[in-house]
Design a protein around this ligand. Structure first.
Ligand code: IPE
Ligand code: IPE
Ligand code: MG
Length: 258
């Protein structure tokens, strides 16, 4: 996959009204189910409908990249029956939805350490990615068995393997970032976390350096078109300074519009 060289810490990205990349922590499935006296896993099943809605919304807004956190490296700590349910659901969704994804010109990418997953899931994941790899529409990334720390350490290992004679002073951002699992995408402009918690939970910790962080109490199964539109409206009114002053931002806009 080709590398997109874009780093918010090396250069100030251009302002945009609609984010190019939205990254979401889909949280609150268990509590959504608990509120209805349903088993937690019923919330995970219902959450799949929200995934479909938000994928469609992103495509219609012209958002190029959508990244969804489906399973973290820490989610293995959950009761084994819930982990098994999530695996099966992932398998089922991959199998049943891939043709629809393909039909809609969506390119599917799965990031994370898939080696921990059962063989049928790995096979399905590989097939789904292969089938959709030349699609030119929305790039939908699913983070599964993903952890931000895993990503950085993995990148360090790969970078070192490729260049074992490197001197410490040559270990730069540009040297490391092509090995990060999402090097094909620009950094997220907008992060959304549903379910009310205000934390990153080991998601894209490198890539979120200058991302706008939006938290909503709405549980993921209830997060709908309107809720997504509200997040985009909130984003539009952010002043993204990237370390500069507000005055500098204004000046650069005046120069650009002159
Ligand atoms: C998010 O919902 C889904 C996964 C982590 C897989 P949760 O299952 O974390 O739901 P809550 O936070 O317990 O309500
Ligand atoms: C983050 O949600 C992981 C996913 C949504 C896949 P969690 O529910 O696991 O996060 P914590 O445990 O509340 O931080
Ligand atoms: Mg949760």
């Amino acid at each position: 996959m080709t590398t997109t060289i874009q780093s918010s810490t090396l250069a100030v990205p251009p302002p945009k009204a609609i984010p190019s990349h939205v990254a979401i922590i889909m949280d609150g499935n268990g509590r959504w189910a608990n509120q209805r006296f349903l088993p937690r896993v019923a919330g995970h099943s219902k959450g799949v409908d929200t995934v479909k809605t938000i994928v469609q919304e992103c495509a219609s807004y012209g958002i190029k990249y959508l990244t969804l956190f489906a399973f973290s490296t820490e989610n293995w700590r959950r009761p084994s029956h819930e982990v098994t349910f999530l695996m099966r659901l992932f398998f089922k969704v991959l199998k049943l939805q891939v043709s629809l994804i393909h039909k809609n010109n969506v390119k599917l990418v799965i990031v994370g350490d898939l080696s921990a997953f059962p063989e049928p899931i790995r096979k399905n994941a590989a097939q789904a990615q292969q089938l959709t790899e030349n699609n030119t529409g929305l790039v939908l990334t699913i983070a599964a068995n993903y952890g931000g720390r895993w990503d950085i350490l993995n990148a360090m290992r790969l970078a070192y393997e490729n260049n074992p004679d490197i001197l410490p002073e040559n270990m730069t951002e540009e040297w490391l970032s092509p090995y990060l699992s999402m090097s094909y995408a620009p950094e997220p402009d907008l992060f959304i976390r549903t379910g009310g918690e205000q934390r990153v939970s080991n998601f894209l910790i490198w890539q979120l350096a200058y991302t706008e962080m939006y938290y909503t109490p709405i549980f993921w199964p209830d997060f709908d078109q309107q809720a997504f539109a509200d997040a985009l409206t909130w984003y539009r009114f952010r002043e993204r300074r990237f370390g500069q002053t507000g005055h500098q931002l204004l000046e650069s806009q005046i120069v650009k519009n002159a």
